[in-house]
Design a binder for this molecule. Structure first.
Ligand SMILES: [Zn+2]
Length: 569
């Protein structure tokens, strides 16, 4: 035997041994894992991940979750520079996401006179007068939040009292739902609004017996006066948005789906994200403006811009108005206004055209529809667009989907359309919605259980500033169908309630799905963004009547603390 064959036969063995050595080394390296940046331990973690719903601890590195499990396993990831948060047995949930809200609207509301909670027209006027004292004559005063349904006299107000009290300031007061404005004489004069003004399409100027405007403007008619309000400077707008971000974080929200933004607003969001002023997962819906839609669809869908802060891949349309101002489009007239069946704000053909264009360019369409006719018009338009441009994973949405004809409920699952609903609207509307609709139509009102059983998910939200920012109001409404005073006993049409697990998913995982973000967001799962909230009590176990007493202790976005409660808040 020569040496050559021996070498030859040894050679493969040596190579194999060498490879084993490398493999062992690599394995050893992975056994001593990189230390985490942050470990949250001694917590009751509701992950919203079905594979592991509950955990004691989790770890974060580079803004993402790298471990979820037991305290002892998490401790292995502790390094010299690891920060540890001992939750003291308290509850942690994934960062909550408001799937339908108005980011700029909240910013403006923080600067406007707050009219929420007023119980009479006089109280509204008193609050505006208070602001007028500190406002130079001739300067606009804006307010938001009046609701005549909460007054002794639930008819719409007329401007005379307001005009007499405020002769020197143009005043515009937006109704709580954003679908009606009340203006005074000074504002009407500046806008040239008078007896000769013609109602715009999709809008209504409320008039008195002499046909003169009463000062109340519905839906598209609001613009007759709103367009005369001076636009805030970019600096003013940005500083108001920064205040809005702080309010959002304070309530445990780490993400917002902004239900309609102009191109200039989106530009500003992008600038803020770049400058580190956003710290929020902002899923933007582009307002229905043909130039803006053309601009963004030509660029194509954009996701997780600026390190996971801005998404621009959805378009917001309006089918109809709202229930409180009787602008929601109904199949049969309002029970308390037999000559009125509401308003369609967009032509059905327009919804279909935008939907087709969106399908071709990879965009999602999210259309506001409240009345049963509004909802049917949207489902029909989506169905027609999908026939022309078949698309498997479109995730088109109906925003609100409040009043559904019973026959239309299964169509959401059949078409793959997501009903994006705000549980807090149910508890705000339940006092008077029966008067508007009569009892039969209530069977399809805020029909969460029927929809979930049909096979869809329901992303939840607040529609702030229409409702308060606190997402636990919608969590509570979803599981109780009762107001903050536990009214009515047993809940309003309680068979439509969500379970707590569903309600938690409706503000975490389901909004993520409704925004094509479920690979990165929506649960505390290895690989996803480390967005989470520490609560002072266990919302999954406390009695229902205590849920609204829950306090957010801290809010984290991408493993970074963006809010920490002080003893005073
Ligand atoms: Zn809205």
């Amino acid at each position: 035997m020569s040496t050559a064959p021996v070498l030859r036969s040894l050679a493969p063995r040596a190579i194999a041994a060498f490879l084993v050595l490398i493999a062992v080394r690599t394995e050893a390296q992975s056994r001593a894992p990189l230390p985490a940046d942050l470990i949250v331990t001694n917590a009751r973690v509701y992950t919203a991940d079905e594979a592991r719903p509950l955990a004691e601890a989790f770890a974060v590195r580079d803004g993402r979750v790298v471990f979820v499990g037991s305290k002892s396993e998490a401790a292995v990831l502790k390094g010299a520079n690891t920060r540890t948060v001992d939750a003291g047995g308290r509850t942690v949930i994934p960062g909550m996401v408001d799937a339908h809200a108005h980011f700029s609207g909240l910013a403006q509301t923080l600067r406007a006179v707050d009219l929420t909670g007023t119980h009479s027209y006089d109280e509204v006027i008193a609050r505006v007068l208070e602001r007028a004292k500190a406002t130079p004559k001739g300067t606009w005063i804006l307010g938001r939040g009046w609701d005549q349904n909460a007054w002794g006299d639930t008819r719409f107000p007329s401007h005379e009292k307001l005009s007499a009290a405020l002769p020197d300031h143009p005043v515009l007061l937006t109704r709580v739902d954003g679908h009606a404005d009340l203006v005074n004489t000074s504002a009407m004069r500046l806008a040239g609004l008078n007896i000769a003004t013609v109602d715009p399409s999709g809008g209504k100027v409320i008039r008195d017996a002499q046909n003169a405007p009463t000062g109340v403007l519905i839906d598209n008619a609001k613009d007759l006066v709103e367009r005369k309000i001076p636009v805030p400077t970019a600096m003013e707008a940005r500083s108001a948005l920064k205040d809005a971000v702080n309010v959002i974080h304070r309530w445990g929200l780490t993400g917002v789906h902004d239900a309609g933004a102009s191109r200039s607003a989106i530009d500003m969001f992008e600038q803020m994200a770049q400058a580190g002023e956003l710290n929020l997962r902002l899923y933007v819906m582009i307002s229905d403006d043909s130039a803006a839609i053309a601009h963004y669809t030509s660029i194509g869908p954009r996701s997780a811009l600026y390190n996971g802060q801005v998404w621009v891949r959805a378009i917001k349309l309006y089918a109809d108005g709202a229930m409180g101002s009787r602008g929601a489009a109904l199949l049969e007239p309002y029970a308390d206004d037999p000559n009125n069946a509401g308003l369609l704000l967009s032509a059905p053909a327009h919804i279909r055209e935008v939907a087709e264009r969106a399908l071709k360019s990879g965009f999602q369409v999210n259309t506001h529809a409240i009345g049963d006719r509004g909802n049917r018009v949207v489902l029909d338009a989506y169905e027609a667009a999908l026939r022309t441009v078949p698309t498997a994973d479109h995730r088109f949405r109906v925003e609100h989907a409040q009043i559904l004809n019973y026959d239309d409920i299964p169509r959401f699952a059949q078409l793959g359309v997501i009903p994006s609903m705000q549980a807090s609207h149910q508890t705000s509307d339940m006092y008077w919605i029966g008067k508007r609709l009569g009892s039969t139509r209530l069977l399809g009102a805020y029909a969460w259980r029927s929809l979930i059983n049909s096979g869809v998910v329901i992303p939840n939200g607040s529609d702030f500033p229409v409702e308060q920012v606190n997402p636990l109001i919608s969590f509570h409404a979803a599981i109780a169908r009762q107001d903050a005073n536990d009214w009515p006993a047993g809940g309003w049409l309680p068979e439509q309630r969500m379970t707590r697990e569903e309600a938690l998913r409706s503000m975490t995982l389901w909004p993520a799905y409704a925004a094509f973000q479920e690979k990165d967001m929506g649960s505390l799962t290895v690989g996803k963004y480390a967005d989470f909230v520490l609560l002072d009590q266990d919302i999954m176990r406390v009695p229902v009547e205590l849920v609204l007493r829950t306090k957010v202790m801290s809010t984290y976005v991408g493993g970074k603390e963006v809010y920490h409660a002080t003893p005073n808040n």
